[in-house]
Design a protein around this ligand. Structure first.
Ligand code: CP3
Length: 342
């Protein structure tokens, strides 16, 4: 059976375009909040396959999205490398910060796949329950983005601690990135072997890098992950999402070895059409806030995205994760608008 998202990743065009949303399993859904309350801790939810599979399937059942994205988090990688990670209510992730090279030399160089086994089991369970046309996506964080949380210990508005670290100890940053390249590649390979149809690499903090550092710590590591993954799984499809890259997306599309490029809502659409979508499928890029706003502004914004990209290989998505305060009726309105067009 055909999977429209996979067809697009293979450079096909689908009418209407397939659609899924980043962070589609999350707090805007009452059934997610109920499951989260039952599981207690966020990491318990992630590492209990029965719960994680259920939460992965919830948005697909409710909205009929064309892809399910594995319910997990990018920070399971530092966790499986031996760094303490916790999710405090209302605060987001908190890690024991790696302040200097000495601190991260204590982190294991090898990923502990036993810790991650529940993630692979979640994929096997979801795979057995999905409609034949729904693509199952695995994911990981890009090394730079994961490194920013490992070094700073938390999210900050500009991830200054990791940028400072990179300027003060470039070799140290290279070493950490190298560890994360190998860990991420083997993690993605296991996900694909467990049944993921494709994977996405989230580089949420790519936009804070200067062009030189973007080349070194976003494009190069992503390319190495893609090459390592394809060595093990030659047919692997990989979406790269370097949020905030702007015109640096052109270099990313040319050199990161990804099959498709995820777009944030800030990027110039004409530039993307000419410079990116002419070569590679694109995915995005509705502003998550216009989905919160709804009404005529939402209809207008959906139309603008479709007019820009629906003529070519395109997966409709948000430009970043869905906000917890998003009304469900607005998601339904968006889907009618995307799917109602010829
Ligand atoms: O997309 C999906 O539905 C799959 C699940 C998913 C989660 N995190 C679940 C989650 C995915 C793909 C991620 C990726 C992720 N995690 C990224 C990259 C994408 C992005 O959004 O930028 C990053 C930077 C993280 C790290 C992270 N995890 C942060 C900053 C937070 C706190 C922010 C928040 O929304 O609370 C998390 C927690 C987290 N990961 C939640 C979910 C559903 C909320 C936790 C809760 O239920 O309380």
């Amino acid at each position: 059976m055909n999977k429209p998202v996979l067809d697009v990743l293979g450079r096909g065009r689908c009418v209407p375009p397939p659609v899924w949303l980043m962070r589609q399993a999350g707090r805007y859904l009452p059934e997610y909040r109920a499951m989260r309350a039952r599981a207690g801790d966020f990491l318990d939810l992630v590492f209990t396959p029965e719960f994680a599979a259920e939460v992965t399937l919830q948005p697909v059942r409710r909205f009929g999205f064309d892809a399910a994205i594995l319910f997990s988090d990018i920070l399971v990688i530092p966790h499986a490398l031996g760094q303490k990670v916790r999710f405090a209510a209302g605060e987001g992730p908190l890690l024991e910060p790696l302040e200097n090279r000495g601190a991260f030399e204590r982190i294991a160089g090898e990923l502990d796949h036993a810790v991650l086994e529940p993630v692979y089991e979640t994929i096997r369970r979801v795979k057995g329950e999905l409609p034949g046309t729904t693509t199952l996506l695995g994911f990981c964080g890009a090394p730079w983005t994961v490194a920013t949380y490992m070094i700073g210990g938390r999210g900050t508005p500009d991830q200054a601690p990791a940028r400072l670290f990179g300027y003060r100890d470039r070799v140290g940053m290279d070493t950490l990135i190298d560890v994360l390249v190998d860990a991420s590649a083997s993690y993605l390979v296991r996900q694909l072997e467990a049944g993921a149809d494709a994977v996405q690499i989230f580089d949420t903090w790519a936009g804070v890098l200067s062009p030189e550092e973007f080349q070194r710590w976003s494009i190069e590591p992503t390319r190495r992950i893609a090459e390592q993954v394809r060595r093990a799984v030659p047919a692997a499809r990989i979406i790269g999402f370097p949020r905030g890259a702007g015109t640096k997306l052109a270099d990313y599309a040319d050199h990161a070895a990804v099959d498709a490029v995820g777009l944030d809502w800030m990027v110039d659409r004409a530039f993307v059409r000419e410079r990116i979508q002419a070569r590679l499928p694109v995915q995005g890029n509705l502003d998550p806030l216009v989905l919160v706003a709804g009404g005529a502004a939402l209809d207008r914004a959906v139309d603008t995205v479709l007019e820009a990209f629906a003529d070519g290989p395109f997966v409709f998505n948000l430009g970043h994760g869905i906000m917890p305060e998003t009304p469900i009726a607005h998601v339904e309105q968006m889907l009618r608008r995307v799917r109602g067009r010829p």
